[in-house]
Design a binder for this molecule. Structure first.
Ligand SMILES: Nc1nc2c(ncn2[C@@H]2O[C@H](COP(=O)(O)OP(=O)(O)OP(=O)(O)O)[C@@H](O)[C@H]2O)c(=O)[nH]1
Ligand SMILES: [Mg+2]
Length: 271
């Protein structure tokens, strides 16, 4: 009897001490793999007893991705934020963070195409739970990480893109997009919603203290089509130019979305 009570108390304690987090999955035409991804992330949550929720941000995908996610909400810890049209990956992640439950103390992002391995989520969560790190980045470019099935041209483009940002940060895989960051680290930070590289924006601007790169092997998408195009590459160059100007010329950022606005929106949507 006494043991039962003790273990119940321990269970309540462990539950309350688990790190609550929300991870955003931006989607545009990902009907081919979204259900499998949500089921896989849920399996990781269950196996490792993680207190996570998934937020899919869908831009009115013509292939019906958003509707599929709505249909999964009863079975999995997932909610879908529907936007009226294709508005970009980074702005989707920021809107998803707005939509996240307000008591999530960490906010993250993962691509919908299985390029980012959900199996490293527990290590990312553990990094933040331990209190030593405020940002965890899924990384292809630290020991243990890598890339599978990419042509040489794509590998070279990726490493060059990372190198262009290295003077701004000590994070190697700076174009990763697979991140988990403390909500507090985003407070008062203006995030530029341009383009694809929300990870870069967070890594350069947020106040997270120490970052940890968690290795994983990136896999090329097997279903659906890439949305990376020349326009997004140009956006990356524009984003870099703004970040360099802010860092080294003291230019003032404009048009950013602040974390304050994020929390306010999150609260407003829940009322
Ligand atoms: N909501 C939303 N999601 C987007 C948008 N553009 C891309 N995404 C999603 O962002 C993630 C990354 O896009 P990808 O097309 O895989 O881009 P990538 O990983 O750079 O390129 P690939 O190597 O081809 O996979 C995927 O989950 C996309 O569905 C957008 O405009 N809005
Ligand atoms: Mg991809």
């Amino acid at each position: 009897m006494r043991r039962g009570r003790k273990s119940r108390i321990r269970a309540v304690y462990e539950a309350s001490s688990r790190l609550k987090f929300s991870i955003v999955i931006p989607t545009y035409n990902e009907c081919g793999g979204i259900e499998r991804l949500i089921a896989s992330i849920d399996a990781v949550f269950r196996e490792h007893e993680l207190d996570g929720e998934m937020i899919v941000v869908d831009d009115n995908s013509p292939d019906g991705t958003g509707g599929i996610v709505d249909g999964l909400a009863a079975r999995y810890p997932v909610r879908c934020l529907h936007r009226p049209g294709k508005m970009g990956l980074s702005s989707g992640v920021i809107d998803g963070w707005c939509f996240a439950r307000p008591d999530s103390v960490a906010l993250g992002a993962i691509d919908a195409d299985f390029s980012h391995d959900p199996q490293i989520l527990p290590a990312m969560v553990a990094a933040l739970s331990g209190g030593t790190y405020g940002l965890a980045v899924g990384s292809r470019y630290v020991r243990g990480g890598g890339i599978e099935n990419w042509p040489l041209k794509r590998k070279v483009t990726s490493i060059v893109a990372c190198m262009l940002a290295w003077p701004l940060t000590r994070i190697r895989d700076i174009t990763s997009g697979y991140i988990l960051v403390e909500r507090d680290a985003l407070e008062g930070v203006e995030l530029d919603p341009i383009g694809f590289k929300i990870g870069l924006e967070v890594a350069v601007k947020a106040k997270y203290g120490k970052p940890l790169e968690v290795p994983y092997v990136f896999k090329d998408r097997v279903v659906g089509e890439s949305k990376l195009n020349g326009r997004e590459i140009a956006n990356y160059v524009r984003q870099l130019r703004r970040l360099y100007a802010e860092r080294f010329l003291g230019a003032r950022a404009s048009g950013g979305r602040s974390v304050q606005a994020v929390s306010v929106v999150a609260r407003a949507e829940r009322v």
